[in-house]
Ligand binder design. Structure first.
Ligand SMILES: Nc1ncnc2c1ncn2[C@@H]1O[C@H](COP(=O)(O)OP(=O)(O)OP(=O)(O)O)[C@@H](O)[C@H]1O
Ligand SMILES: [Mg+2]
Length: 247
C-alpha cells in the first residue's frame, strides 16, 4: 500500500547543526504515529520539512506519490496536510467561535472584506468541530481565557477546519496539566476517528505515547535511531537511556 506521506533522505542544517541528517519515514493510512526524542534532536524540524515551513538541502517529501518538497505551507495545507503547533497559533483576543470561522473562511479562500465571514454553513461546521473536540460550551469565550488543554484542543479544531487527511501535531500535551492530558488525547482520538484522519504527533509524555501510538519513531541528533510498536521500543535499552531518561 502506498503511504500517504513519504519522506526520503532529508537533510537540513542550521548554523552547522544537523537538524535533519538523512531522515526517511512513511506514514500509512489510519496510523497514529508518535515521534519521541531529546530536546533539540530535530522533531519539530521534520514536521517543518513535511509542511513546507523549512526547505531541505536535499531529500524529498511525497504526498500520495506527488512531490511536495518545495511547495509553500499553504499549498501543502490545501492538499490535505494540516498542522497543530507546539504553541497554539490562535487569535488570542478573539472568541473561540471566531477562530473557527476564520479558519473555515481561509479554507474556502473566498473571504474578502465584501463578504460576510459568518455563513450558516460555516457556523454549523464550526459548532460541529467544537462539539467533536469537547469545546461546545466554550464557544463564546475569549480564546486566551481558556485553560491550556482547551487552547490546544482549539488549535486542533482550527486545523481540522481545513479538512485534512493527515494531521501533524507538535506536542499536543505540552504545557497541559497531567490531569488534563488523557481527556485531551481522548478528545483528539475521537475526532480523528470520526473524521478518518491519519496523524503523526511529537510527544514528550511517554505514558501518552504508550497508551495511544500504534508506532513510534525515536529521534536522536537529526535522525531516527529506533522504530516500532511502543511495547517494543520501550524495552530497547538505547531508547531508555537516550529518551526516557531525559524526558
Ligand atoms: N528555524 C531554525 N533556525 C535555526 N535553528 C533551528 C531552526 N529550527 C531548528 N533549529 C535548530 O535545529 C535543532 C533541532 O531543533 P528542533 O526544534 O527540530 O528540535 P526538537 O526535537 O523539536 O526540540 P524540542 O524537544 O525542544 O521541541 C536545534 O539545534 C535547533 O536550535
Ligand atoms: Mg520541538
Amino acid at each position: 500500500m502506498q503511504p500517504i506521506l513519504e519522506a526520503k533522505d532529508l537533510h537540513v542544517a542550521f548554523n552547522g547543526v544537523k537538524a535533519a541528517d538523512g531522515v526517511s519515514l512513511s506514514i500509512h493510512d489510519g496510523e497514529f504515529l508518535a515521534i519521541i526524542g531529546p530536546n533539540g534532536s530535530g522533531k519539530t524540524t521534520v514536521l517543518n520539512l513535511c509542511t513546507g515551513y523549512v526547505r531541505p538541502k536535499s531529500g524529498s517529501v511525497h504526498l500520495d506519490g506527488q512531490d511536495i518538497t518545495r511547495l509553500a505551507p499553504r499549498a501543502i495545507a490545501r492538499l490535505g496536510v494540516a498542522r497543530a503547533f507546539q504553541i497554539p497559533q490562535l487569535f488570542s483576543d478573539q472568541r473561540v467561535i471566531d477562530n473557527m470561522m476564520l479558519s473555515l473562511a481561509a479554507k474556502d479562500g473566498l473571504w474578502t472584506m465584501m463578504r460576510p465571514l459568518e455563513t450558516e454553513a460555516r457556523r454549523a461546521e464550526a459548532e460541529a468541530l467544537l462539539g467533536l473536540v469537547g469545546l461546545a460550551d466554550d464557544k463564546n469565550r475569549i480564546s486566551n481565557t481558556l485553560p491550556e488543554g482547551h487552547r490546544k484542543l482549539l488549535d486542533i479544531a482550527v486545523a481540522l477546519a481545513l479538512k485534512p487527511r493527515l494531521l501533524l501535531l507538535d506536542e499536543p500535551t505540552s504545557g497541559v496539566s497531567a490531569l488534563e492530558r488523557f481527556p485531551l488525547m481522548e478528545a483528539l482520538m475521537g475526532a480523528l476517528r470520526q473524521r478518518q484522519i491519519t496523524a503523526l504527533f511529537v510527544e514528550h509524555d511517554m505514558d501518552v505515547v504508550a497508551r495511544y501510538a500504534n508506532r513510534v519513531l525515536v529521534w536522536n541528533a537529526g535522525n531516527i535511531m529506533a522504530e516500532g510498536h511502543p511495547d517494543e521500543v520501550f524495552k530497547d535499552q538505547r531508547v531508555l537511556q537516550s529518551v526516557v531518561g531525559v524526558a
